[in-house]
Design a protein around this ligand. Structure first.
Ligand code: PLP
Length: 399
């Protein structure tokens, strides 16, 4: 035992807290920040958040809420006004027909996931999780006592997930399947047909599907789709949404769930014993975001597509670098296996050396369940992409 683990053991912390690890993305971002604090000019490609400012009309709504003294407790799962705005926006965009009692707001999409997992997953339950996966899914499942059953996907097939692949992993303990399209970290987008098949397959067996749709508005295929529109299967579905990426509101902390009313009631009960309502003024801002013009979303999406194409072009020009074209979100997930072997053995080592020698911060793939990739967020300026690409090119040439 190291002195630190000995000290932790002496504190007799709960068994639960040892089941999980700090988010891998946050660990690397903190390392990059430390370097920056010491005066190093770091190109930071780790951040999973829009580089845009929150649109003006959303900020104005929050300011008006403060000035209007909308600063007290609200209903735990959000105001009626907010719940109605959530279901209306979703209905208009995806043709779903959720009712107010099938919606709730929480302190970010991550909080929605945490609530949902605590409410649905029991000790020993199995949760099917496609790989690569967003870092927090695994820990949130573990904290609820569940066991993740990893579903490997094929990079050459664009990390596709199908009902047949899911079927191979189902046992009598399977409680839930996680879908995340567009995906963090791969940017892969499931076709509406594949998503429908997985949901139908699960519903017929009484298995829950939790669909994390935090990037649903950053889908570049031209076929935007939410499983929430599959009305016939809705009694086994939890849709997780977030305003973080859609409206450049990561720091505001606003996410929502769409799910059967008893699930929402259970999640609200849990939330009533933890955070209570999401911040009142943020709720007003969220209503402005959901009910106001959606032009800002389209503008940001158009810029992400340009940035994606720019970084893909830059990566393609680096000998040995391979990268599947992502169809959504704002990440590329290049395969760096041709640089591993001699001096660098893993993506973690690659990312560490890239950070300390070339001052480019990326997230190693191990945190997402794969051992040949790093994740790059292209939610930054084109200039920053170019600076990083030049350093990356020189770094790999020196290996
Ligand atoms: C797939 C996915 N789900 C959920 C979240 C949580 O976002 P937030 O809690 O900011 O809504 C993120 C954030 O990076 C994410 O990538």
């Amino acid at each position: 035992m190291t002195p630190v683990t000995e000290a932790v053991a002496a504190l007799k912390l709960s068994e639960r807290i040892h089941r999980i690890e700090p988010s891998a993305t946050m660990v690397v971002a903190a390392e990059a920040e430390k370097l920056r604090q010491s005066g190093v000019d770091v190109v930071d490609w780790t951040v999973g958040e829009p580089h845009f400012s929150t649109p003006r009309h959303i900020k104005d709504a929050a300011i008006a809420a403060i000035n209007g003294n909308f600063t007290r407790y609200t209903a735990v799962g959000g105001t009626i006004e907010l719940k109605d705005a959530i279901v209306q926006r979703h209905g208009e965009d995806f043709g779903s027909g959720y009712k107010r009692e099938e919606a709730m707001a929480s302190v970010g999409g991550k909080h929605v996931l945490f609530n949902a997992m605590q409410v649905l997953v029991d000790h020993g339950d199995e949760v099917i999780l496609p790989v690569p996966y967003w870092v927090s899914f695994k820990d949130i499942v573990c904290y609820a006592g569940g066991r993740c059953v990893m579903l490997p996907t094929d990079e050459s097939e664009g990390f596709k997930v199908t009902a047949q692949m899911v079927a191979r992993l189902v046992t009598e303990r399977t409680k839930l399947i996680i879908l995340n399209s567009p995906s963090n970290p791969s940017g892969a987008v499931m076709s509406p047909e594949d998503m429908t098949e997985v949901v139908r397959f699960a519903a017929e067996r009484g298995i829950w599907v939790l669909s994390d749709e935090c990037y649903v508005y950053l889908n570049y295929t031209g076929r935007e789709f939410s499983v929430g529109s599959l009305n016939e299967y809705r009694d086994r579905l939890v849709v997780v949404g977030s305003l973080s990426k859609t409206y450049a509101m990561t720091g505001w902390r606003m996410g929502y769930a769409l799910a059967p009313a008893p699930v929402i009631a259970a999640m609200q009960k849990l939330q009533s014993q933890s955070t209570s309502n999401p911040t009142s003024i943020v709720q007003k801002a969220a209503v402005a975001a959901l009910e106001g013009s959606q032009a800002c979303v389209a503008e940001m999406r158009a810029e992400y597509i340009q940035l994606r194409d720019h970084i893909l072009e830059g990566l393609a020009a680096i000998p040995g670098m391979k990268c599947t074209k992502p169809e959504g979100a704002f990440y590329v997930y290049p395969n760096i296996s041709s640089f591993l072997g001699r001096s660098l053995k893993s993506p973690a080592e690659f990312a560490r050396h890239l950070l300390h020698q070339a001052h480019v911060a990326t997230v190693p793939g191990e945190g997402f369940g794969t051992d040949e990739h790093v994740r790059i967020s292209y939610a930054t300026s084109q200039k920053e992409l170019d600076r990083g690409l030049e350093r990356l090119r020189d770094f790999v040439a020196s290996l």
